[in-house]
Design a protein around this ligand. Structure first.
Ligand code: AMP
Ligand code: MG
Length: 410
């Protein structure tokens, strides 16, 4: 039985075990200081307390008139004795029978206890008549109502979205400690590969993995460095890997980890550092190399374009997120019903590329056509990856499956 293609289940590493090994081998990168614009989408590595009250002073929530609320009511006729604009340092105070014109965001003057909106007064000849009876505090934003001085507003571990970035700016904080973006080198190997833009000679194909992987790296908020194509030659691979490792926090290679005669990547990676090879119980993406070279995590992904892309999703993306300080490592997922019968290989978790459609009260998952691991089109059309458990070799239309979302559901 020299050409048996049956997989011996004892040779397989369970996907969950392989993932666990990867995730225990990577840790958040040491914090760096970042400006607010650089910090967007990164994870905070410090607690942040408000350095002062936010807002720092009581101010008007409306354009209107600052009045002494306890002394006035509907029908009161008040003399307008001054004006306060936002940013004005001059704060004329209303005395008995007086009002001060005030704009949104302007500091409240001493003595005023409410703002009557401009829409609720009748103005004439330097006087206003109130159309309402204001209560103390009406239309005033208290100092510290958003955050009190010393209050911890953001804690370490928090991803900095637009609201957090805005809050930091509002507190007057220009820089924060964050876990930096991971620098990821993506590197394709293979003698058959040529650059897009170069005409193909017989037997050649255009290289796509390093580009797709670089885009996946960028999508996870990390920084991609696409490397030149490396030839299937020990010296070339050694030089390419060593060069890439010089500047990268993570190296992701594609190709050369299967059982072919020219699959040299896994050998060269193993020579350079502590990189081991595994047959992971998943499809696509069974052959995997993982380890570290000089402390840099290294992923040797299989070369088939769908295998590389799915491997990145399932194995590399969570590791990059952990290195960037995230604790939520996975894609959002939904449970969907299969729209058709599907088959899945024995002993392996399979990830089917599916589109999602909203059914009456759930999601419906339909495969994106032929699922071969070289058929990149199946990935182009996909909204998500449907996970078929390792112990199933088929699933019937209508059965529920977990779908890992690649796009925002609509
Ligand atoms: P390998 O893992 O090197 O045996 O490659 C498996 C398959 O993927 C072969 O058909 C390769 O031609 C193809 N392949 C490998 N690397 C790439 C790449 N970077 N871009 C496109 N196809 C590739
Ligand atoms: Mg190859």
């Amino acid at each position: 039985m020299a050409h048996r293609h049956h997989i011996d289940p004892d040779e397989l590493t369970a996907l969950a075990d392989h993932r666990r090994q990867i995730l225990s081998a990577v840790a958040p990168l040491p914090p760096v200081s970042a400006s607010l614009l650089e910090a967007r989408s990164l994870v905070l590595a410090q607690d942040v307390a408000a350095p002062g009250d936010i807002p720092p002073f009581a101010n008007s929530a409306m354009d209107g008139f600052a009045v002494r609320a306890a002394e006035v009511g509907e029908g009161s006729r008040l003399r307008v004795v001054g004006e306060i604009a936002a940013g004005s340092p001059d704060l004329p105070s209303p005395g008995a029978g007086e009002a001060v014109r005030i704009m949104t965001g302007a500091p409240m003057p001493a003595g005023a206890t409410a703002v009557v909106p401009v829409e609720l007064v009748t103005e004439s000849d330097g006087e206003v008549v109130l159309d309402t009876s204001p209560e103390v505090g009406d239309n005033i934003r208290a100092s510290g109502e958003s955050a009190r001085r010393g209050e911890v507003v953001l804690t370490a571990g928090r991803p900095l979205g637009p609201a957090e970035i805005g809050m930091l700016a509002a507190m007057g904080i220009p820089r924060v400690e964050v876990h930096p973006r991971v620098r990821v080198a993506t590197l394709a190997t293979g003698d058959e590969l040529v650059e897009p833009g170069t005409p193909l000679m017989p037997g050649q194909i255009h290289e796509s993995n390093s580009y797709a992987l670089a885009a996946q790296v960028a999508e996870v908020g990390a920084v991609a460095f696409r490397q030149q194509i490396a030839r299937d030659d020990r010296a070339a691979l050694r030089k390419a890997f060593t060069d890439a490792l010089a500047t990268a926090d993570v190296l992701v290679t594609s190709g050369g980890v299967s059982a072919g005669r020219y699959d040299l990547s896994k050998q060269v990676l193993a020579e350079l550092g502590d990189v081991t090879f595994a047959k992971v119980a998943m499809q696509p993406g069974m052959p995997q190399a993982f380890g570290s070279i000089d402390g840099v995590p290294v992923f040797g992904l299989p070369g088939n374009p769908v295998s590389a892309a799915v491997s990145f999703e399932v194995l590399v993306r969570p590791a990059i997120r952990r290195m960037q300080g995230r604790t939520d490592l996975n894609r959002p997922r939904v449970t969907a019903r299969l729209a058709e019968d599907v088959r899945s290989p024995e002993h392996k978790v399979s990830f089917l590329r599916v589109t999602l459609e909203r059914g009456d009260d759930d999601w419906l998952a339909t495969t994106t056509g032929a699922q071969g691991s070289g058929i990149l089109r199946s990935m182009v059309l996909a909204d998500g990856l449907a996970e078929i458990p390792a112990d199933r070799t088929s699933m019937a239309a209508g059965e529920p499956v977990v779908v890992h979302l690649l796009v925002d559901p609509t």
